[in-house]
Design a protein around this ligand. Structure first.
Ligand code: PMP
Length: 408
C-alpha cells in the first residue's frame, strides 16, 4: 500500500510540536484532496437545486446527484439505485426505519432484538418505538471476548420477533458480527434484519444482497466523505410499503387542497432540498476508496492491527476490549490502563501528537456490561501506517511513566 497520507493535507501538521498521528477514525475520518476538490468544483461551477430546474446548471447538478445514487448502489451491491435513500447519516437512517417501518408494522407484544454492543443510534430509536407500540426490546449477549454470543441470538430471536437490528462492526469492541448467520435466524422467524453499517462500510466490501439483509444504514463522514450525508438502503418491496416521514417539496407527486400523492421510493423519503454538495463529496470518496479497492483496504488494515495489537498487549497493566484475532475485528482498539482515567490517557497522548478518543463512545449499556465507566479508543484507517502504531505504543508507554513517576 502506498503511503496515502500525502493525499490528506490535514495530516501534514504538527500538534503540540509533534507530528499529528490521527487515530480517531471511528469518530470521523479525514478527507482526501479529491473529496474537498469535488465539493469546491461543484460550488464553483455547477451549484443549482436539483430535479426541478430546466437550465443547464440545474441539469448538471441533477445528473451528478443521481449519478452518485447509482455509484452507491454499486458500492454496496444494491439491486437498484431506487433502493438508495440519501440521509444525514446512520442515525437518521436507523431512526427512519423505526419511525416508518416500525410504527407501521409493529403491534403490542411484538419483539425487537438488538445486542449489548449497540451504539445509542441503534438502541434508543428501538427503545422509543417499543415504548410507543407496547413492544418488547430484547438483547443478545456477548461472549467474554466481546463477540456476539450466537447461542444467545438463537434464544432471543423467536416467532414474536419482528425486527432484529445489529451493528455490522462495533464502534467500541471492533468485533465484526456474523450478519448473514443472524439474518438467516431472523428470516426463519419472519423478522426483518436491519444492519448498522457505520463502522463496517469504511473498512470492507459491503454486499447487501450477499448478507441477505433488509435494511442497511451508514454515514459518509466515516469513509472520507463530508459530514451531513449518509445512506439508508432498503429492499424495494419494503420501501414501497413504508410511508414517507417528511412532507414538503421534492417528495410529492401531485398536491391538491385536501390530498397529496407522493413520488415512489427513494424520492418519497427525500423531502426538501437535499445536501447536494455532500452527495457529490460522497461520490468522490467512493471513487477514492474504490481506486484503492475495498478488499485491499480490509487486508491492509488487518496487517496493521496484527502488527499493533500484540505490542499493545505487551504493555503492563493494559486491558484491551474486544476480540484479539485480526480476522474477527476492525481497526478499533479500545483499552484502559490500570489506575488511569481514559480521559487523562487521551489528554496525555494528545501532548505527544496522537489523537485518540476517550469516553463511553455512545454505548453506555455496553460500558455497564463491561463494568467500566469509559475506555480509551484508538481507531485506524487506511492512511495510517505501522509507524503510527509504533508512535501510539511509545506514547502510551510515555504516559504510563509520566503518571507512575508521580509528576501529576
Ligand atoms: N453506529 C455506530 C456503530 C457508530 O459508530 C456511529 C458513529 N459513532 C453511529 C451509529 C452514528 O453515526 P452518525 O453519528 O454518523 O449518525
Amino acid at each position: 500500500m502506498n503511503n496515502l497520507s500525502e493525499d490528506f493535507p490535514i495530516l501534514q501538521q504538527k500538534v503540540n510540536d509533534e507530528q499529528l498521528v490521527y487515530l480517531d477514525n471511528a469518530a470521523t475520518t479525514q478527507k482526501p484532496r479529491a473529496v474537498v476538490e469535488a465539493i469546491t468544483n461543484y460550488y464553483y461551477h455547477d451549484n443549482a437545486n436539483v430535479h426541478r430546474g430546466v437550465h443547464t446548471l440545474a441539469e448538471r447538478a441533477t445528473a451528478q446527484f443521481e449519478a452518485v445514487r447509482k455509484k452507491v448502489a454499486h458500492f454496496i451491491n444494491a439491486s437498484s439505485e431506487e433502493e438508495i435513500i440519501y440521509t444525514k447519516g446512520t442515525t437518521e437512517g436507523l431512526n427512519w426505519i423505526a419511525a416508518s417501518y416500525g410504527e407501521t408494522f409493529l403491534k403490542p407484544g411484538d419483539e425487537i432484538v438488538i445486542s449489548y454492543m449497540e451504539h445509542h443510534s441503534n438502541l434508543v430509536p428501538w427503545q422509543n418505538l417499543a415504548k410507543k407500540k407496547g413492544a418488547v426490546l430484547k438483547y443478545i449477549d456477548l461472549l467474554p471476548d466481546g463477540q456476539l454470543d450466537m447461542d444467545s441470538a438463537y434464544k432471543q430471536i423467536t416467532d414474536k420477533t419482528v425486527i432484529v437490528s445489529l451493528a455490522h462492526a462495533s464502534n467500541v469492541l471492533g468485533a465484526v458480527n456474523p450478519i448473514a448467520e443472524v439474518t438467516k435466524i431472523a428470516h426463519l422467524h419472519g423478522a426483518i434484519m436491519v444492519v448498522d453499517g457505520a463502522q463496517s462500510t469504511p473498512h470492507m466490501k459491503i454486499d447487501v444482497q450477499a448478507l441477505g439483509i433488509d435494511f442497511f444504514a451508514f454515514s459518509g463522514h466515516k469513509l472520507m466523505a463530508p459530514t451531513g450525508i449518509g445512506i439508508l438502503w432498503g429492499k424495494s418491496e419494503l420501501l414501497d410499503k413504508m410511508p414517507p416521514l417528511e412532507f414538503g417539496g421534492e417528495m410529492i407527486d401531485w398536491v391538491q387542497l385536501q390530498k397529496t400523492t407522493y413520488k415512489k421510493a427513494p424520492w418519497k423519503f427525500e423531502g426538501g432540498t437535499q445536501n447536494i454538495a455532500g452527495v457529490i463529496g460522497l461520490g468522490a470518496a467512493i471513487d477514492y476508496l474504490e481506486s484503492i479497492g475495498m478488499e485491499n483496504i480490509a487486508s491492509y488494515e488487518k496487517t496493521l492491527i496484527a502488527n499493533v495489537l500484540p505490542e499493545m498487549l505487551n504493555i503492563q497493566g493494559i486491558e484491551i476490549y474486544g476480540p484479539l484475532d485480526p480476522e474477527k475485528r476492525t481497526g478499533i482498539i479500545s483499552f484502559n490502563l490500570k489506575g488511569l482515567h481514559p480521559h487523562d490517557v487521551a489528554t496525555a497522548l494528545d501532548m505527544e501528537g496522537v489523537a485518540i478518543r476517550a469516553g463511553h463512545h455512545c454505548a453506555q449499556p455496553l460500558m455497564e456490561y463491561l463494568n467500566v465507566a469509559a475506555t480509551a479508543r484508538a481507531s485506524f484507517y487506511v492512511y495510517n501506517t505501522v509507524a503510527d502504531g509504533k508512535k501510539l505504543i511509545e506514547a502510551i508507554k510515555a504516559t504510563k511513566e509520566f503518571f507512575n513517576n508521580g509528576i501529576v
